[in-house]
Design a protein around this ligand. Structure first.
Ligand code: ZN
Length: 296
């Protein structure tokens, strides 16, 4: 069902349309908040603390090693962190790499430890179509928009990824740069030069570099001087665990966080990067919001 929804919505995205700007994924199903224009009852999703952690699944697949994923992911996160929010100030969000883990499942556990995982998948779920290079699944509080977990799956079943500048196929760094934008809460942009443009052409590396539109979006989402606790604590909700829920024993290895789960419900959404040629399009979306690929 989730991939079905994406196909419909992505068809809408492919309709002719306008110049544009950055968008944020919102708590409203199917709606992104665009151009910083508020939509009643639709809140952008974002990390509420000033520090978020991520991990890499410790497995090598399709010629890619976990060490390569670590290296490229850290570089891609650093690029977002290096955005210039004015006078050289970076966005108000720290990112901490927390190491290799055994878990390779995109999940949010309300009763066990969690981790924000980057993983290779050669057995993609129904949420990942053959046109999808990667998928970021986020869990968030539907009332506040607080991000709870974000997981990135790279589709190595249907695509050949490459690392580095030689013999570029599907460029791992380009794809991860885009997906990390989703990990941080950004939606798709219509800006043709944005890393958050929803389509990627294999063999290219341009979207490794952030556009001004990308930097503006991340700086609006995480202002450099936002008033939050200055303590950097990358532990996810319900604590950190390198193991998936199915492998966690009761009272076991999860490092317990201090925050108890008081959420009534959690929505899960996914955003993907699809194969396509980056060509200028006209847009039919309004200036305030547009449909975004989102799961049910
Ligand atoms: Zn995307």
């Amino acid at each position: 069902m989730r991939s079905f929804c994406w196909l419909i919505v992505l068809a809408l995205l492919a309709m002719p349309g306008s110049a544009s700007a950055y968008c944020f994924t919102s708590t409203c199903k199917g709606l992104d908040v665009c151009d910083s224009v508020e939509i009643p009852d639709c809140k952008p999703i974002r990390w509420s603390t000033n520090c978020v952690g991520f991990v890499v699944n410790d497995a090598s697949k399709a010629g890619l090693s976990s060490a390569e994923i670590e290296s490229v992911a850290n570089r891609a996160f650093a690029r977002w962190r290096a955005s210039d929010c004015g006078d050289g100030a970076p966005p108000g969000l720290h990112v901490e790499y927390m190491g290799l883990v055994s878990c390779d499942v995109a999940e949010y556990n309300r009763d066990a430890g969690n981790a924000n995982i980057i993983t290779l998948t050669d057995e993609p779920s129904n949420s990942i179509t053959g046109h999808t290079f990667a998928l970021t699944t986020t869990s968030f509080d539907p009332n506040s928009g607080e991000l709870l977990t974000a997981d990135i799956e790279l589709n190595v079943k249907d695509h050949v990824f490459s690392v580095g500048d030689a013999n570029v196929e599907v460029d791992l760094e380009a794809v991860l740069t885009h997906e990390i934008g989703h990990f941080l809460g950004l939606g798709h942009s219509d800006a043709i030069d944005a890393s958050m443009y929803p389509f990627y052409e294999p063999g290219t590396t341009e979207i490794r570099s952030l556009s001004k539109d990308d930097e503006t979006g991340i700086c609006v989402l995480y202002p450099p001087n936002r008033e939050i606790d200055s303590t950097c604590n990358p532990l996810p909700r319900h604590g950190f665990s390198p193991e998936c829920r199915s492998d966690q024993t009761e009272g076991g290895c999860a490092t317990t966080a201090s925050t108890e789960n008081k959420l009534g419900a959690v929505l899960v959404s996914g955003l993907a990067l699809l194969a396509g040629v980056r060509k200028r399009r006209k847009s039919t979306r309004s200036a305030t919001a547009r449909n975004a690929p989102q799961s049910v």
